[in-house]
Design a protein around this ligand. Structure first.
Ligand code: ADP
Ligand code: MG
Length: 500
């Protein structure tokens, strides 16, 4: 929303992430998000058979605590699990084990957004609402499920789920998207979650309100609406933007906003009312009597120092490091998002001094524009991701050095990069074989320039008449004639001298 608007949008996010653990949150059933057969990773505990007892998964607790350390939140000492009571077929116990008053993490900050809390809970089963055509094969074949029925897959029942809640301090759809992407990056970096939104491994709920702008700094927040079922970053940003506009228009028309839960309609590209939101009192939270409360400091391996180990350089720290050596923001983004290129670039710049800004930015250009394109093309051809960058940093540095020293043109550098990757030979040797070294032989250059001038009298006249583009055309012809093996600056000077 623009500055001049009378209304201020406010957004707070609640984000769930399925944690990467071997087993489920409270039992030994396998936690396997890729399992396609329904109801195979189940046991009496996660199916809520009477008399079974939950046992807390330490790995899941550890994941959340590591997130807490990364966002500089306060790690709980005393903690407990609570029952959140509600009925739904995907929740066989009739309650979800969650945390209420004593979350594992309180406070913290990520990408400039204040975090309220991070807690641990269990996922529900998945409900599959089948359309006539949407039946899973096994079910369709068994004849158990008919069109239009809902089937339930308990593989996800009891999978560890982290919930992170932000303060209502976000003020635009873009900012909300940026935060969610940053969290995804962090979760992946920590190995806590694959956090793929399309797969439901990360689920974002956006709380949106709009309030009238006042001169008072302590703006009173408007009534919030919660938007659910957002299964991509883009969808989330669109839904938030739509909701801001809907609420603003309603307020401008003198209507009041109803506190409710809304869904996102992909076809209509709009939000729609789902239900009037229940208050926390409806859930009758109380401490789960089956899980004794515990003190984290008493559990081996969960002390803050132990947690800090192995966290490594955080995405935000990595970003700051690249910015400090002058890398372009677009390139920084790539290196932080895609560790293959990040690590490769690190190996490349390791050979430069911080003061070699020209080398660093040139190298970054060739990684983030040219190398990435080659890798993407290879991936497209082989229809699978390439884990290792197909050139050594040593050879890459050699190409950059040839370019910096004026031995090859920038066009030749691109050709050479591709050639080194496909022929796996030394860059200097290949440059020689392919005649990529720039012609410094003044006589040869002179001859080419003379020929081009003779062949293009019209263009030459244009240049004399003051058309700058004409000179570039002539230089281009020269580069073509010399198959890229010339220094365009020298060529340009030569044309100027001969024509002028
Ligand atoms: P509830 O009790 O309805 O769950 P909470 O106070 O726990 O509400 O907040 C849930 C989420 O909603 C948090 O992310 C919080 O930042 C956000 N939120 C709270 N009030 C507002 C508001 N007025 N506008 C936008 N977001 C809000
Ligand atoms: Mg709440």
């Amino acid at each position: 929303m623009e500055e001049t608007s009378e209304y201020v949008p406010t957004i707070g996010l609640e984000i769930h992430a399925e944690l990467k653990t071997k087993t489920k949150m409270f039992c030994n059933s396998k936690n396997d998000p890729d399992e396609t057969r329904p109801n195979v990773n189940v046991c009496p505990v996660c199916l809520a058979h009477p008399g079974t007892l939950p046992v807390v998964n330490r790995e899941a607790v550890k994941h959340v605590l590591r997130v807490g350390v990364a966002i500089k939140g306060k790690l709980a000492d005393y903690t407990e699990f609570d029952r959140k009571n509600y009925f739904y077929p995907d929740l066989p116990k009739g309650y979800q084990i969650s945390q209420y008053e004593f979350p594992l993490i309180s406070g913290g900050e990520l990408g400039g957004v204040a975090i309220t809390r991070v807690h641990l809970e269990e996922d529900t089963a998945s409900s599959i609402h089948d359309e006539a055509t949407g039946l899973r094969h096994a079910e369709a074949d068994s004849g158990l499920a008919e069109a239009g029925t809902t089937t339930i897959d308990y593989n996800r029942s009891g999978v560890p789920l982290m919930e992170l809640v932000t303060e209502p301090t976000i003020h635009s759809a873009e900012e909300a998207g940026k935060f969610a992407r940053e969290l995804q990056l962090l979760l992946r970096h920590l190995g806590a979650s694959n956090a793929n939104m399309e797969k439901g491994e990360m689920r974002v709920e956006a709380n949106v309100s709009v309030s009238k702008k006042t001169n008072n700094k302590n703006n009173i927040l408007g009534t919030k609406v919660e938007i659910k079922n957002l299964n991509s970053f883009r969808t989330m940003e669109r839904a938030v933007a739509y909701e801001i506009e809907r609420q603003r228009t309603a307020l401008e028309n003198g209507e009041t906003i109803v506190q409710e839960t809304r869904g996102w309609d992909e076809n209509k590209q709009s939000t729609f009312s789902q239900r009037i939101k229940e208050g926390s009192a409806d859930y009758r939270y109380f401490p789960d009597p089956d899980i004794p409360p515990f003190r984290l400091s008493e559990i081996p391996g969960l002390g803050e120092d132990a947690l800090r180990q192995g966290i490594g350089e955080l995405p935000s720290e990595r970003r700051a490091r690249y910015v400090s050596i002058g890398v372009k923001l677009d390139d920084v983004d790539l290196y932080v998002r895609d560790m293959r290129f990040g690590n490769f670039f690190d190996a490349v710049v390791a050979t430069y001094q911080k003061s070699q800004t020209k080398e660093i930015s040139l190298a970054s250009n060739y990684v983030a524009n040219d190398l990435i394109k080659i890798v993407r093309d290879m991936e497209e051809r082989e229809t699978q991701p390439i884990d290792e960058i197909p050139i050594s940093s040593l050879n890459f540095n050699k190409i950059i050095a040839l370019l910096i020293n004026g031995k090859i043109s920038s066009r030749s550098a691109k050709d050479l990069l591709l050639a080194v990757i496909s022929e796996k030979k030394d860059p200097e040797q290949l440059a020689k074989e392919k005649g990529l070294f720039q012609t410094e032989d003044a006589g040869a250059l002179d001859e080419v320039v003379g020929k081009i001038i003779a062949d293009n009298p019209g263009v030459v006249a244009d240049f004399r008449a003051g058309k700058a583009a004409a000179l570039e055309y002539l230089v281009g012809q020269g580069m073509k004639e010399l198959r890229g093996a010339a220094n365009p600056t020298i060529l340009r000077d030569l044309f100027r001298k001969k024509i002028g």
